[in-house]
Every structure is written in C-alpha cells, then in structure tokens.
Ligand binder design. Structure first.
Ligand SMILES: *Cc1c(COP(=O)(O)O)cnc(C)c1O
Length: 427
C-alpha cells in the first residue's frame, strides 16, 4: 500500500516512491535495503555535522531529561538565554537581540513584520513593502512566497493570492568581480530605491549566494553597496542567512566577507546542525529600541508556540561549540580547494557543450546546465555510485557536511561529473 505521507515538491503522477531511510552515521545515511548513501546535500544544507554526531545526540538526550519544552511567553530558560548570547557573540557586531521561531520561513516572516512595524513606530506607516531580488528564495509561507522570484520561482501560480512587493534584478557580478562591474548591479538597485523608497520598509537578500533560486553567486562589494544604499534611503537591510549562515560561503556568515552588519539577520538550517527545526531573527539596537514605548502598537505581536524550544537551543549551542572547537572554517577551506580543483578548474567540464557555468563558493559547488533535461537520470547514476544528489531546475550542486573527507568530496564531484565526462552524450 502506498504511504499516506504527501512528499514535498513531488509530482504525484510521475514521482518514484520515496526511499526509506533507517539511520545515518557521519556523512552517510542508510536505506532499508542496506544501501549506504554519501549525502552530497547534507539534507537540504542543514546537517553540517553529518548524521548521528555523538556530541549533538548527547546534548539532546541530556536536555530531554531536564526540560523538553516550555513556552517563552513570560518564561525563559538557560538554553534560550545562553544561545542568544552566543548568537550575539558570533554574528556581526551590532546584532544584539534575538527573536526565536521554528523555521527559516517563519524567521523571515518575523524579519519582515519587524521591519514594517519599525517604520510604523517611527511614523512612516507607508513604508510597508519589501524590496527583494529576482532569483530570490525566502521560504514557502505566504509572506515569504511574495518575496521569492515571481517569475522563475516555484510559486508563480499563487501570484493572485500574494501581496505585491518590489523586485530589483538579481546581481550578475561574480564573487571576485571588480567595483566597476558591481556598480552596474548596484545602479539597478538604486533605480528601484529612488522610485519607491517611500514605500519600502526593507531590502532583503540572501547575501552572496541566492540558493534555491538558482545558486547565483555575487561579490561582497555588492553587499557593501547595498548597505550604503539602505542607509541613504532609510530602508532596513535584512540578510536571509538561512542557507549561507554557519560557514556555507567560507566565512561564518556571508556578511563577514563584506565586513558589514545588516539591520536584521535570519538564521536557521545550520543553526541546530540540522538536528531540530529552529530559527533566530537577530536585530540591532536601533531596530529593537524602536519597539520600546507606551502605545499598544509597541509590542511585537508574534510568538510561535515552539519559539526558543529548549531541545533546539541546547543542540544549537553544542553545534556552535563543535563548529569552533573542530575548526570547521579550516575544513570548509579544504573542501573548497577540492571543489575548485575538481569542478571549476576542470577544463573538459567547463567547456562541455551542455554546461553553462561551473562555480564554487565555500562548501558549495555548482554545475549549471543549459537545459534542465540534461540533468535527467543524473541522480540515479550518482546513486549507483553510492552518492545522494538531488538536482533542481538547471542546477546540479553539492553542499556537503563539513566533516566530509577529501576523498568523499572527490567521490561527490566524480558523481556530479560522470554523466558529462564519461557518457556517450559527450558531444
Ligand atoms: C530554506 C530557506 C528558507 C526557508 O527555511 P524553512 O526552514 O524551509 O522554512 C528561507 N530562506 C532561505 C535562504 C532558505 O535557503
């Protein structure tokens, strides 16, 4: 009998049945059949320590024996308090306040609501729209769908249901672009701000790496320029670091590459090392202190049931400790060296007629093909080599766990390249 579980992003008529996972250890998970698969995606980019990490498992077990859950309304507890302090310590200087929620999407909803209310409280209620970028992905809830790419994004059929926001073109300058090329991208951003800043509460972006919208990478100079434009037009800068946070771009946060501080930053995915769903929306004093006042509108009216869940906070604390003690940034630099050598610097791959671009950033490697049909069957071929890949659209990518060895990293890149370099289709 088929399972009543309705799977995400699945085409019900054509989808192969989901594979049943019975366990996981390190970089691999195990299927019911006994098959071990090396996970090239670390489960939608969150299992940064891999599966079954003893310290993270122990942290959850210890916390479970003490306190699994308590509401955060009017109450607090040590894991919530300690994690907030740690997040303030490790994020860019200036983000001093932490609002918890239960997923990346909700963390972004919180950020947008905060931005609108911030301007409302400063007597600018007309600043209630967002400025987002084409190729953006910020989550699947209604508020988030409305700031995802409205054309190429996966939510275009909902356009009649969603509030309307402003969009600027996606940046086109690569990571190592010079100022002149970045200036062209910034000019496009300025144009929208000049025309509509009176209505815009915040500019939101996935800094450096637009992930689910097509793995588009850009320069730290673009972030710097965006920061300046936001200051000029009294617009808050929101960094959605749900995917980029915790090392994915090679620094702890993408903002670190540009040495700037957004007004609001959202973290999720890697926050708990993937072991539990949770998110944090961080804000500066300037944003937070605007909410100190006497009117009924000064309270921030948001409070997800599971915000600040003790299990999630405790495992997030342990995740940060392991990240620092085991020198993950060095590991990420090593993984990037392998990704660069095996993907970016492979001339046969780069010049392959079906491939549009090959790029890497931190622990992220991408092969972009010209036609999505060219990725058909790639996942099945990778599985035969013992590697779990899941491409989308025109993008075949890896975002491995940071504990991945150089050899396993090469097994992943070999599996990514196999269908281009070994197949008879190589014409
Ligand atoms: C995954 C993702 C989200 C949504 O997070 P969920 O936990 O799936 O709700 C938001 N923004 C970015 C950049 C993401 O990658």
């Amino acid at each position: 009998m088929s399972s009543p579980v309705w799977h995400p992003y699945a085409h019900l008529k054509h989808q192969a049945p989901a594979l049943k996972v019975v366990g996981g250890q390190g970089t691999h998970f195990t299927l019911e059949s006994g098959e071990h698969l090396l996970d090239a995606t670390c489960s939608w980019w969150c299992m940064i320590h891999g599966y079954g990490h003893p310290r993270l498992v122990k942290a959850i077990q210890e916390q479970a024996a003490t306190l699994c859950h308590v509401m955060l309304g009017g109450l607090t507890h040590e894991p919530a308090d300690l994690l907030a302090r740690e997040l303030v310590r490790i994020t860019p200087q200036g983000l001093n306040h932490v609002f918890y929620s239960d997923s990346g999407s909700v963390g972004m909803e919180v950020a947008m609501k905060m931005a609108v209310q911030y301007h409302f409280l400063r007597g600018r209620p007309q600043k209630h729209r967002m400025l987002s970028l084409m190729k953006a992905y910020h989550g699947d809830t209604a508020g988030c769908m409305a700031v995802c790419d409205p054309e190429e994004g996966m939510h275009s059929l909902f356009s009649g249901f969603l509030p309307q926001h402003y969009f600027a073109p996606a940046p086109t300058s690569p990571f190592d672009a010079d100022q002149a090329s970045v200036d062209a991208d910034l000019a496009a951003l300025r144009k929208v701000l000049e025309a509509h800043h009176k209505e815009i509460a915040a500019l939101l972006m996935e800094p450096l790496l637009q992930a689910a919208g097509g793995l588009n990478m850009t320069s730290p100079l673009y972030l710097k320029g965006a920061r300046e434009l936001c200051d000029e037009f009294d617009v808050l800068l929101i960094f959605d670091e749900v995917a980029t946070g915790f090392g994915r771009t090679g620094r702890l946060f993408a903002a670190n590459h540009a040495d700037i501080c957004p007004d609001i930053m959202v973290l999720s995915k890697g926050l708990t090392g993937g072991y539990l769903g949770h998110a944090a929306t961080l804000a500066t004093d300037q944003v937070h202190d605007t909410f100190i006042g006497d009117s009924e509108y000064h309270a921030f009216m948001h409070g997800p049931t599971f915000m600040g869940n003790p299990l999630a906070c405790r495992v997030a604390l342990e995740s940060i400790r392991v990240f620092e003690e085991d020198h993950y940034l060095d590991r990420i630099a090593r993984l990037n060296a392998v990704l660069k050598a095996e993907l970016e610097e492979d001339d046969d791959l780069r010049s392959h007629p079906r491939i549009a671009d090959v790029r890497t950033l931190g622990a992220t490697g991408v092969i972009e093909v010209k036609d999505s049909a060219d990725l058909k069957g790639v996942a099945e071929q990778a599985r035969e080599r013992g590697v779990w890949l899941r491409s989308f659209g025109r993008w075949l990518y890896t975002m491995p766990a940071y504990i991945t060895s150089d050899d396993d990293m090469r097994r992943i890149t070999d599996a990514m390249k196999a269908s281009f370099l070994n197949s008879p289709g190589n014409r």
